[in-house]
Structures are given as structure tokens and as C-alpha cells.
Ligand binder design. Structure first.
Ligand SMILES: [Zn+2]
Length: 428
């Protein structure tokens, strides 16, 4: 079956395309981008009028907690990938802190089988660096890669031992697997639940200082330089972390970095009123940090925008602030938040945003997609960038509703998502 997207504003930074054109999709792949698709309109062919809409390579999220196996009451492969495609994402990379964790080839294979059965978005498992996400004891990374893992990470359980991370990087580096790290010196964040600063003082809560993130960013960048292993820094939240990554890149460290929309859209003041939907790790920081994050995105220090989609059930977030779990959902708001905060304000071009949310994520983990070059998989997102809409978590496809953006007016709505030539989401 052939599909023709007619008169779309095609934005594909991978090929430098930013103009109105027709996109022809055939047998799950991009066939051509042409000014006039009439000669291609033969046989059984669906023609989609895209006047006024923007068509891009499907977004790729490097940082998603699908919660399956083990925590299906928060999210599962079905609901998580449904939320992804409703947000314009055609692929998600999922984190290993499940139960059982993604530390055995059989668990990776089981997850991939589930994703194939569900058949919505592409799912790329990221395996654990250590067995059981424990402080030491490396996983069998070769077997995990063989089973389908695309990287390894310590997310949610940051490795405190430099020696363990060093050995993990040496092992992963030999296999060509990137290492993704959550940077947090736990000795500086014991019992802390938000950013350390004026707001935490006013609220009477124990804070996590920025330096707890920054010391590990520095350590991990140095270990990347030392071992030569590809390092990707997860969810950068502080100005100091941006400066350290910039320094490491200037010295040729094979380092990339991501941030999340909440780290430039919100400050720690969102926690006021003990709002547990503003509790995440790393925590929301200050306006100066938000500004430095945007600067880092603009100058290329921060390569990608991911969501850190972290669903939690309502009863879990309904606890008192210090006890509630860390994390927010993000798949269904990430694009509109980024577009509203960065592009609508004139700070970033649309093509730079697509670069951060599609092309770079594909490059960082060596995934298919991130391009509409002829022969590439037909993973496509279509957006109405003129549309304003209100965030209503009750309408989310995700099983969880833990968002700090409830009621926000955003601009930019995903209206259609295609994976491998198949329409997997269509608004209305
Ligand atoms: Zn994390």
C-alpha cells in the first residue's frame, strides 16, 4: 500500500529540507520527496492532504520508562507506545529499572516480543550496566546486545563506584555499546527530595545541591576520555553540568547529552504548595539553570531533548512531598512544550528542534529513522503548528497522569503518526 502526503511543509534537517513538498511512502519506506506526486498516484494509494501541516521524521525518545515488566499498573508497552505515537514519537528507548530489570537476555527478548505483538511504536531496550541494578557486578553485555539491547545504563540507580563504571565502560566500549548515565553523587543527596536553594529552605525540605549532579558529570566525562567509551549524559539539569560537558567535548571526549522539556520550562518554584507532580530526579532547578540549558541546546553542547517519561499511579503521587516517588509523564506534552518554549519564542528554529528530537537521538544510539531520505523507514510525524491546545491529563493515552503541566496552553499538536508506513495514530 502506497501513501502520499500532499502539500506538506516538509522539515527534514538530515537532508536540509524545509519546504512545501509531497512525500511518497511505499512498502514501509520513504520512496521520494517531490514537488508534484501526480505520477506516483497509481494503484491502491491513500492521499493525505497536508496543507498547512508540518511533516517531519518521527520523533525518537532516548529516555522512557515503559514500566513493563513488573509495574504495569503505572504503564505497559501498550499504553506507553500509544502515548508515544500520540506525542509524535515513532520510537522509544526504554530504561531497565523494571521488575525483573532488563539485565538478562531473556527479559530483553520478552520485551521485544511484547512490543512486536503490540505493534505501535518501535521499542529499543536499554539494558542494565550491573546485575539487578546493584552497586557492582557487571551484566553479560555481549549477550544483552545480541538479544537486542542498544545501550546500557545505570538510570535510577547511579553507580557510585568509579571503578565499577570504568569496568562497565571498558566492556561496553569493546562492544560498541554506548553507556548512558544518571549523574548523582548519592552521598550529597541523602533524604533529599528537591533542588537545594531558596525554595527548599522556604518549604523546609532537604535539597539536592547542583554539585551532586555536576561532580558525577565531570567524573563520567573524564572516564569517557580515559576509556574511549561512548558516554551519553541523561537529563542534564544544571548550568554547571552544561559547562562541564562543553569542556569535555572541546577536549574530544566521545560524549553526548540530553535534557528534558521540564528543565527549561519550569523552575523549583513549581514545587511550592508541595506539588508532588513537580518532584523529579534530577530536580527542577533555578531560572539561571533553565537559561543555561537553552544556551547548551543552541550551541550543541546538549544534543537531544528526551522526556524521561516516568509514569506513577495517582495514589503514589498523593503522598506527602518527601515520600512521593520521583518523576513525571512526558510523551504527550514534550513536543508541544519544546515548540512553545523554544520555537514560538523565537529562540530556536523548527529544524533545530527536529534535529534535537529526531535526527540526533537516532545518531546517538545508531537507530534507524531520524531521516526521510529515500529508502529510510517511513517513520513520520505530522504536526499542526498553528493549533493551541490545553493539557488535560484525563485525555492522555498513558495510564498515568502525573504531569506538572495540567491546564497549560501549548502550541503545536501532533495530528498523525506513521511507523514503517502504517498509520498508528490519527487525531480524532
Ligand atoms: Zn534518571
Amino acid at each position: 500500500m502506497r501513501t502520499i502526503f500532499r502539500k506538506a511543509h516538509v522539515c527534514d534537517p538530515s537532508q536540509g529540507i524545509d519546504r512545501v513538498a509531497d512525500v511518497v511512502v511505499d512498502e514501509g519506506k520513504v520512496l521520494a520527496i517531490v514537488d508534484d506526486s501526480t505520477p506516483y498516484d497509481v494503484g491502491s494509494c491513500e492521499v493525505i492532504d497536508c496543507s498547512g501541516l508540518v511533516l517531519t521524521p518521527g520523533l525518537i525518545d532516548l529516555h522512557v520508562h515503559l514500566r513493563e515488566p513488573g509495574f504495569e499498573y503505572k504503564e505497559d508497552v501498550q499504553s506507553g507506545t500509544a502515548a508515544a505515537v500520540a506525542g509524535g514519537f515513532t520510537a522509544v528507548c526504554c530504561m531497565p529499572n523494571t521488575d525483573p530489570p532488563l539485565d538478562e537476555p531473556s527479559v530483553i527478548r520478552g520485551l521485544l516480543k511484547r512490543a512486536e505483538q503490540v505493534g505501535v511504536a518501535r521499542v529499543y531496550p536499554i539494558a542494565a550496566i550491573t546485575k539487578g541494578l546493584q552497586p557492582e557486578g557487571l551484566t553479560e553485555m555481549a549477550a544483552l546486545k545480541e538479544a537486542g539491547a542498544v545501550a546500557v545504563t545505570d538510570d535510577a540507580y547511579p553507580l557510585q563506584s568509579a571503578e565499577v563504571l570504568r569496568r562497565g565502560m571498558e566492556y561496553a566500549g569493546q562492544l560498541g555499546l554506548p553507556v548512558l548515565t544518571h549523574c548523582e553523587d548519592k552521598s550529597l543527596t541523602k533524604d533529599a527530595c528537591m533542588n537545594e536553594g531558596l525554595t527548599s529552605t522556604i518549604m523546609g525540605l532537604r535539597g539536592m545541591p547542583a554539585v551532586a549532579e555536576e561532580t558525577q558529570v565531570a567524573r563520567n566525562c573524564l572516564l569517557s576520555l580515559y576509556t574511549g567509551c561512548r558516554l551519553h549524559i541523561l537529563h542534564v539539569s544544571t548550568a554547571g553540568a552544561v559547562r562541564i560537558i562543553r569542556w569535555a567535548k572541546e577536549r574530544g571526549a566521545p560524549v553526548t547529552a540530553e535534557t528534558c522539556p521540564h528543565y527549561f520550562a519550569l523552575t523549583d518554584e513549581a514545587c511550592m504548595g508541595y506539588n508532588t507532580n513537580a518532584k523529579m530526579n534530577p530536580p527542577l532547578r533555578t531560572q539561571a539553570d533553565c537559561d543555561a540549558i537553552v544556551e547548551g541546546l543552541l550551541d550543541g553542547t546538549i544534543d537531544a531533548i528526551a522526556t524521561d517519561h516516568a509514569p506513577h499511579a495517582a495514589h503514589e503521587k498523593a503522598q506527602e512531598f518527601a515520600l512521593a516517588p520521583f518523576g513525571i509523564v512526558g510523551l504527550e506534552t514534550a513536543f508541544a512544550l519544546s515548540f512553545t518554549e523554544l520555537v514560538s519564542t523565537g529562540r530556536m528554529s523548527l529544524s533545530a528542534l527536529i534535529e534535537k528530537m529526531s535526527c540526533q537521538p537516532a545518531k546517538i544510539l545508531g537507530l534507524p529513522g531520524g531521516t526521510l531520505a529515500p529508502g529510510a523507514p517511513a517513520d513520520i510525524a505530522l504536526f499542526d503548528l498553528k493549533r493551541s491546545w490545553t493539557v488535560r491529563s484525563s485525555e492522555f493515552r498513558s495510564k498515568s497522569r502525573n504531569t506538572p503541566f495540567e491546564g497549560w496552553e501549548l502550541t503545536g499538536k501532533p495530528v498523525l503518526t506513521m511507523v514503517a508506513g502504517r498509520i498508528v495514530y490519527r487525531e480524532g
